[in-house]
Design a protein around this ligand. Structure first.
Ligand code: SF4
Ligand SMILES: [Zn+2]
Ligand SMILES: [Zn+2]
Length: 332
């Protein structure tokens, strides 16, 4: 069995039936949202075509781009890295891709997933750069949490982690000369993030995620263009694809996500529940995001940004970005 049996949307069929595409092999997956039944090789082809088509449709890459891929060693990032490696070799021969990994310092989790990333990069001879929280911030995430958890203003680990990681990833990509930073967020991640942003009325953030933004020198000076070619593939299918391809990925979840009662987790559970009744729900959220982000982008197009007085990055009204606020707080 390649997919958890409790996932109702997709499962490996034991009943007999032919693949809709090649008509001569037994199907292994039934996509409830489209009605398709596919054998393993047609399924693998459909995933790889989906990734190439998303890159072309949303003009995610240019021929001369220096491509940096964010890699954690999980199923999404290895599936992404493998496909980008193949696409780059075929179409964008001039500059080899670089894998970039952030080691937050989560004992028993990240050290293991990084091992998978290192082995994968070695196997395909891909340049691999690893940046550590410990080197850049001076503390691992575990150390940060062991200090902060005793304080009254403690926020969940993900708040500190995501803020630091986003910045370090962006700075790392800039230092590597990246024109584009490719991330392994899949359809389920995107649906979850969009729904979270809607629930908290984060309209500016939705606008900033619009895929066809015009050049904005103010922002481009700081942020490397980020793209997500897996955005049309549900999590379960990446899982199945990575298993069929026999990728040696790290399968467990971050212990902080398991432990902390973060809202994001409940939003995901909500999506999973609705998805079992209406399989198209994630695609509806994706399409909602594509339409609404365009409308909001035009609404906020001429907005100018404050600069963080410490690091210069664009920030909100209080002239100190969240990254610098957290850093100041740790150094108190
Ligand atoms: S789940 Fe939270 S703490 Fe764990 S790696 Fe992700 S953002 Fe960091
Ligand atoms: Zn087939
Ligand atoms: Zn700052």
């Amino acid at each position: 069995m390649l997919i958890n049996e409790d996932k109702e949307i997709y499962y490996i069929h034991t009943q007999l039936g032919k693949c809709d595409n090649c008509q001569n092999t037994q199907f292994i997956i039934y996509r409830k949202y489209s009605g398709e039944k596919l054998c393993s090789s047609c399924f693998i082809n459909s995933i790889e075509k989906n990734i190439s088509a998303t890159i072309s449709k949303y003009k995610m890459l240019n021929r001369e781009d220096r491509i940096v891929v964010g890699v954690s060693g999980g199923k999404d990032s290895l599936a992404l890295l493998y496909n980008i490696y193949k696409i780059q070799k075929k179409k964008y021969k001039s500059k080899p891709i670089i894998a970039l990994t952030i080691d937050e310092g989560i004992n028993g989790y990240r050290n293991k997933s990084i091992e998978c990333a290192i082995n994968f990069c070695k196997k395909f001879n891909i340049d691999h750069k690893i940046l550590l929280f410990k080197d850049i911030i001076g503390k691992t995430l575990d150390e940060i949490i062991s200090i902060k958890i005793k304080e009254s203003d403690y926020q969940y680990a993900c708040n500190y982690c995501a803020t630091f990681r986003r910045r370090i990833l962006n700075e790392g990509a800039r230092e590597l000369g990246a024109d584009v930073l490719i991330m392994g967020h899949n359809l389920t991640d995107l649906a979850e993030t969009y729904l979270m942003n809607v629930l908290f009325k984060r309209h500016q953030i939705i606008a900033n995620q619009y895929l066809f933004k015009k050049e904005n020198n103010e922002l481009e000076r700081y942020y490397v263009k980020k793209v997500t070619p897996l955005m049309k593939i549900p999590e379960e299918e990446i899982y199945l694809y990575s298993n069929l391809k026999k990728f040696d990925y790290y399968p467990s979840h971050c212990p902080y996500r398991e432990k902390d009662p973060i809202l994001r987790k409940r939003v995901l559970e909500f999506i999973q529940k609705i998805k079992s009744l209406s399989p198209e729900i994630e695609y509806n959220l994706l399409n909602g995001f594509l339409e609404i982000s365009e409308i909001l982008y035009h609404k906020f197009e001429r907005k100018s940004y404050n600069s963080c007085m410490k690091c210069g990055y664009p920030c909100g009204s209080n002239n100190l970005c969240l990254y610098c606020r957290y850093i100041n707080d740790l150094n108190k």
